[in-house]
Design a protein around this ligand. Structure first.
Ligand code: 5GP
Ligand code: MG
Length: 180
């Protein structure tokens, strides 16, 4: 990709900063109501959810802890996507009401893996909060308990989501233009 292709000018805005702010506020308020008085552990999935999680947790009117997990996908000899933990959770999970915060659910493999992996550590409950849901791309059924936006099958960037490490810092969600 050339420098020009990485410019703001080369991204079509799909979800504006204003719409993101409103929706994250709404979801945060709902979580605050649902989890009042509970023993909450927020687990942010790195790298993609770093901006969403930072915005979300600052809205929560809750006593909670925040930890991070880093996973990566890889292809093996089978056709299914595989996921592995690159850096794990440090907080104790036993008895906690865990909320997994993820940037986007696409085919569903990553979230399915995370739910199974974290369930092994005996939380009291486990729910998912996903910024973007590409429902039409789903290959693995997975529970999305809180969601900000549903999108189509476009590859999107911004608000934490990258393309080869770039574009994460954009304050909106967009689609890279086909050609410049
Ligand atoms: P899944 O396992 O659900 O197929 O994939 C989830 C992961 O794929 C996300 O956490 C994200 O890293 C990546 N991903 C899926 N769709 C997109 C997209 O449109 N844009 C970006 N930047 N990453 C995506
Ligand atoms: Mg992700």
């Amino acid at each position: 990709m050339t420098d020009r292709q990485h410019s703001y000018n080369n991204v079509d805005v799909l979800i504006s900063t204003e719409d993101i702010c409103k929706k994250v506020l709404e979801v945060g308020a709902q979580i605050s109501t649902d989890y009042a008085g509970k023993n909450v552990l927020i687990i942010a999935v790195l790298n993609g959810s770093f901006i969403f999680c930072a915005d979300l947790v600052r809205i929560l009117n809750l006593k909670c802890k925040v930890d991070f997990i880093s996973v990566s996908s890889y292809i093996d000899t089978q056709t299914q996507g595989r996921v592995k933990v690159v850096s794990g959770i440090k907080e104790d999970i036993i008895g906690k009401d865990v909320i997994i915060v993820e940037d986007i659910v696409d085919r569903g493999f990553t979230l399915d893996f995370l739910i199974k992996e974290i369930s092994l550590k005996k939380p009291k409950s486990i729910k998912t909060c996903v910024f973007l849901d590409k429902k039409c791309a789903r290959e693995m059924e997975v529970a999305v308990d809180y969601n900000c936006f549903k999108i189509g099958n476009d590859f999107v960037v911004g608000y934490g989501l990258d393309c080869s490490g770039f574009f994460r810092h954009l304050p909106y969600v967009g689609k890279i233009k086909e050609s410049v």
